[in-house]
Design a protein around this ligand. Structure first.
Ligand code: ADP
Length: 485
């Protein structure tokens, strides 16, 4: 059994349970004792009223005009009790006519209250000059034709001691009850928390190299089974991210190694034998070509890393579709001529996009670059602008090699190349389309491809057409879009 620690949930659960129970029982005992006290007070008043009636029958004025209790009160057993009460009789003007021995020189109220004892009994609480609390009942009564106010009072002292002993009797078993419920609560909490401990134990064993493992889901564990399921889902996502990251790192290293190896071997071969100035220029030229590829690759990797980290911010503005197509196409004029290709533009109206000029142009440039790379001399590349309802479409169509149907979806994956050898030769690392796809997706768009092997391909960027930009959207804001497919 695990040792009891204050920080443990089960200890805290038990302590709060015991504390709540103690509070409830304490409140219960207090309330019960208080009601008992009130009841005893009411009984005291009832007794006082009875005694007052007895006193009424015993009062008389003697020959000297002094108010007296009849001597024969001791013949009646209940009349005798009158002596055990506090008794005071006053005249209608408030003058003291009689006080019994128990009351002595103390007073049950120096002045008469307005209408005190009139038309019935007036009960009230009263504190004597010596601090004694009493329940007091007064009544007006005519003795031998003279109006008197009779006051009979009971001390509350026995009442308070009864209240205390009752309260103590209720509290007495409390420690035992609390200890027993504490033990019971702790055992119960331990039992209920056991599955959580088990989940924690299993989760602890799942290290980065065992991410394929899952927690056991026991349906009878109710909510805790849900917890295991959620944890398993998180593990699946974590495993996928880990896999992607591993693949990305190994692909990236592989891609970086190739141009570096070429640079080294070109350099080594160049050093091995004497050459002419033109020969050395050739060697340096080949090395620079590889350096360019390397620079391009590192740029792409950086773009992807920044996108993954959510560091790319959209700098949106209202963009004319025709203008952005023209700007992208203009970069390829020399290359088109060199490769003997024709590029046709088919503008269809001039819809606008509210987006980041650089990102959308980069997507277009990557797609046009691919079309040029994969279209043999004499071919035609068409860049078309089309308008839909609330969308606009940018098609890049070529008459090139095309892409086999079963590979069409994979061309958007990172580092994916259709014909590894040929594509590598053309300088690509298989990142161009995945970057283009991300750039389009963060604008709420889609990049799709259709192709017929041997006849050509069409890549279509589908974007929402510009709505008038709301003020805050025009500002830069960070992106957290998913970048992998
Ligand atoms: P890269 O940057 O190496 O060109 P991409 O991600 O842009 O890689 O493209 C992935 C693969 O898709 C390329 O290796 C290429 O084989 C194929 N591809 C892309 N565009 C075309 C196209 N227009 N015609 C034929 N194949 C294409």
């Amino acid at each position: 059994m695990t040792p009891i620690r204050l920080g443990h949930i089960r200890t805290r659960l038990t302590l709060s349970f015991v504390a709540s129970l103690a509070l409830v029982l304490l409140l219960y005992s207090l309330t019960a004792s208080f009601f008992l006290l009130q009841d005893l007070r009411r009984q005291l008043v009832r007794h006082a009223i009875q005694d007052l009636e007895t006193v009424e029958g015993l009062l008389h004025f003697n020959a000297q005009g002094r108010l007296m209790l009849r001597d024969d009160y001791h013949n009646h057993p209940e009349s005798k009790q009158v002596l055990e009460r506090l008794l005071e009789v006053r005249s209608a003007s408030g003058e003291v006519l009689l006080r019994n021995d128990l009351l002595g020189r103390r007073s049950l109220g120096d002045t008469l209250l307005p209408r005190e004892g009139e038309g019935g009994y007036s009960p009230r609480e009263f504190t004597l000059a010596d601090g004694l609390k009493v329940q007091l009942v007064s009544r007006r009564h005519a003795v031998d034709g003279r109006m008197t106010i009779i006051r009979v009072a009971f001390s509350e002292t026995p009442l308070h001691s009864q209240f205390r002993s009752n309260f103590a009797a209720l509290l007495l078993p409390l420690p035992l009850i609390l200890i027993l419920t504490g033990i019971g609560g702790y055992l119960l909490a331990s039992r209920f928390l056991k599955p959580i401990q088990e989940i924690a134990r299993q989760a602890e064993e799942i290290t980065s190299d065992r991410l394929h493992e899952r927690l056991a889901v026991n349906a009878s564990d109710g909510e805790l089974a849900d917890l295991s399921r959620v944890f398993n889902t998180v593990l699946t996502r974590l495993e996928q991210s880990f896999e992607r990251l591993k693949r990305f790192t190994s692909d990236a290293s592989h891609e970086l190694r190739t141009p570096l190896a070429v640079i080294r071997s070109v350099g080594e071969v160049g050093l091995q034998k004497e050459s002419t100035a033109a020969g050395y220029r050739d060697i340096i030229g080949s090395m620079l070509e590889e350096v360019n590829k390397l620079t391009h690759l590192v740029d792409s990797l950086l773009t992807i890393a920044r996108a993954d980290a959510g560091q790319i911010r959209l700098n949106r503005s209202l963009i004319s579709a025709t203008e952005i197509v023209r700007s992208s196409v203009s970069l390829f004029e020399a290359l088109l001529e060199e490769k003997d290709l024709r590029l046709r533009m088919e503008p269809g109206g001039d819809p606008t996009i509210f987006g980041d000029w650089l990102l959308i142009r980069q997507a277009l440039v990557n797609i046009i670059d691919n079309a040029i790379k994969h279209t043999p001399a004499g071919g035609v590349i068409t860049v078309r602008v089309r308008e839909g309802d609330a969308r606009l479409y940018l098609d890049v169509e070529d008459t090139g090699t095309g892409i086999p149907q079963n590979e069409l979806n994979r061309v958007f994956d990172r580092f994916y190349r259709v014909e590894e050898g040929r594509s590598r030769e053309s300088g690509g690392a298989g990142l161009g389309l995945s970057i283009a796809e991300w750039n389009v997706r963060v604008h709420g768009g889609r990049l799709t491809a259709h192709s017929q092997p041997g006849r050509g391909s069409v890549f279509t960027i589908d974007l929402p057409r510009a709505e008038p930009p709301p003020a805050q959207d025009a500002q830069e804001r960070p992106l957290t879009a998913r970048t992998s497919r």
